[in-house]
Ligand binder design. Structure first.
Ligand SMILES: Nc1ncnc2c1ncn2[C@@H]1O[C@H](COP(=O)(O)OP(=O)(O)OP(=O)(O)O)[C@@H](O)[C@H]1O
Length: 267
């Protein structure tokens, strides 16, 4: 069934970047986890890399409008979200898989994804179809009516991915989506990422450098709350040398760029 769409929805976007952060500052407790970070992201799959504590989760939470930045500017889909903005319209266009997500253990997969569809204000008539499609895209159709408490860790994470994509978001934020997935599931998740990246701005944090090389169009490297480097995976692979830590060219590139960034930060 078709629903009526407003002129604003069919109009071409008027923004250049889906996500634009300028000198963004975000606190985690007392700590400045994101410290004057500037970043622009368009359509595609952006792999967010960085050592433990670099600020990846905190940055994702700010982009998801879960925590308010303490400084700088953040613009999502052309709308500034820092300050006193009304976030409802932007939030409808966001999808977010938190690193640790809460859920009602007695909900079925379908109920969980439906609940998120409702929170995203999807028109009622579209919900069953959107939920079914999201569940199929993550390969959980055969478990759609199982209760969440009966799922394995990998299945639960896939249910989390399904809730993040149910509204066909313009900006999709996935914090460590491959944790707990077995190799076969990781391969199909890479396909899903590539597919989503055709028309969505996807930011995906991971510790698995191979996932980035295989499925991302761009790498965003953060360190100590700052943007350390941004570029194509192939360029990342060219940055490393013999002396850099890593099992692959891309890992050696990662180590080399961190070393350079830390040298600059210390200078
Ligand atoms: N509630 C808090 N109070 C104080 N410091 C915090 C708090 N939450 C996070 N931090 C600190 O902020 C920094 C950034 O944390 P964040 O979780 O964003 O990093 P990350 O890059 O996601 O790390 P990881 O790769 O380990 O998930 C870390 O140094 C962390 O110790």
């Amino acid at each position: 069934m078709m629903r009526a769409v407003s002129a604003a929805e069919t109009a071409p976007p008027t923004y250049t970047w889906a996500v634009q952060a300028q000198d963004l500052v975000v606190r985690a407790g007392r700590h400045l986890a994101v410290d004057r970070l500037s970043l622009a992201l368009g359509t595609g799959v952006h792999g967010l890399l960085g050592p433990n504590g670099a600020g990846k989760t905190t940055l994702m939470r700010a982009l998801a409008t879960v925590i308010k930045p303490a400084g700088g500017r953040l613009t999502l889909l052309g709308q500034e979200v820092t300050g006193r903005a009304d976030l409802r319209g932007v939030r409808r266009q966001l999808g977010y898989l938190p690193q640790h997500f809460g859920y009602y253990p007695r909900f079925t997969v379908r109920e969980f994804v439906e609940y998120l569809a409702w929170l995203k204000e999807l028109p009622k008539a579209e919900v069953p179809g959107a939920v079914q499609r999201a569940v199929e895209r993550v390969g959980l159709a055969d478990r759609a009516d199982s209760k969440l408490k009966t799922l394995s860790g990998g299945m639960l994470r896939r249910a989390g991915i399904a809730q993040a994509i149910v509204n066909d978001p313009e900006v999709l934020l996935l914090d460590e989506p491959t944790v707990g997935l077995d190799p076969e599931q990781r391969m199909s998740f890479r396909d899903l990422l590539r597919d989503l990246g055709q028309d969505t701005c996807v930011l995906v944090s991971t510790h698995l450098v191979e996932d980035v090389a295989a499925a991302c169009t761009e790498v965003v490297l953060v360190d100590q709350g700052r943007l350390a480097w941004q570029g194509a995976p192939a360029q990342l692979a060219e940055q490393g040398g013999q002396g850099d830590a890593g099992d692959s060219a891309i890992e050696r590139g990662y180590s080399a760029l961190l070393r350079v960034h830390r040298g600059r930060a210390a200078a």
